[in-house]
Design a protein around this ligand. Structure first.
Ligand SMILES: [Zn+2]
Ligand SMILES: [Zn+2]
Length: 248
């Protein structure tokens, strides 16, 4: 089983549970760690507010003695510009124990120019009809995001925008970023997962749970791991705890 779930949501973004409900479920399942990662600040209507961060930190301290499971405070930052920036300012990085980052459609662009370069084309693109040129462009975005050095976990690779996974995997290895197999959906083909596996990429299995009863549930990616007969020692949170302390 996984010992920690590092991608979960609460009511502070678009989740439906509270921090304490998340902790209760994690404790019930016997997890040792759970990380709360509400959506980044530029997520349209669903992003957490900077003022929520302090509140969450206080709650984590408050509940510390009540639970055996350790609670970490992360963020699911948005990769939101064509050159791979995430919506977390350098001075905000230390508010969080670690950073998960991924692409999401409903995010305010950084500028009008960048909206036309990245936000709008990515928003409007049809998943079934991506060209190689578009794929190249998004690959560059993902690789640059990893190279910012701010990311611990790359969330749901290929969700929303496609990339050449071998190039993203290479950057992830160079910058010690864990590639997530997401609990809601694995957006990569089996071949793409195998490509990353054969390269030696480190995988992490997270629930991306938006409801308390989904916390810790990684049945979807586990089915992929089992079907492809991947060695579970390659999953950084499988019967061990990953190192989430990378700082820039
Ligand atoms: Zn996400
Ligand atoms: Zn999420």
């Amino acid at each position: 089983m996984i010992w920690g779930d590092y991608h979960t949501h609460t009511k502070n973004s678009d989740g439906h549970g509270t921090l304490i409900e998340t902790l209760r479920q994690a404790q019930k399942l016997g997890l040792r760690q759970v990380g709360i990662t509400d959506h980044g600040f530029r997520h349209v209507a669903r992003g957490m507010k900077p003022r929520d961060v302090d509140k969450m930190r206080t709650q984590i301290e408050q509940y510390k003695a009540e639970f055996d499971v350790q609670c970490l405070l992360g963020i699911e930052a948005n990769i939101y510009t064509s050159d791979g920036q995430i919506d977390l300012l350098p001075q905000q990085r230390d508010l969080f124990d670690y950073v998960v980052a991924g692409y999401h459609k409903a995010v305010w662009s950084k500028s009008i120019a960048d909206a036309f370069r990245f936000g709008i084309p990515a928003f409007c693109a049809d998943w079934t009809s991506y060209t190689d040129a578009q794929r190249r462009k998004y690959t560059k975005t993902m690789v640059q995001a990893i190279k910012t050095g701010k990311i611990n976990v790359l969330a749901h690779l290929n969700y929303g925008i496609p990339a050449f996974v071998s190039e993203v995997g290479k950057a992830a290895m160079d910058y010690d970023v864990y590639v997530e197999l997401n609990g809601k959906r694995v957006s990569m083909t089996d071949d793409e997962v195998m490509t990353l596996y054969d390269m030696g990429v480190k995988f992490i299995l997270n629930s991306d749970g938006h409801y308390p009863n989904k916390i810790g549930n990684v049945d979807v990616p586990l089915a992929v791991v089992d079907r492809l007969k991947l060695d579970k020692s390659r999953i950084v949170n499988w019967e061990k705890l990953p190192d989430m302390t990378k700082k820039i």
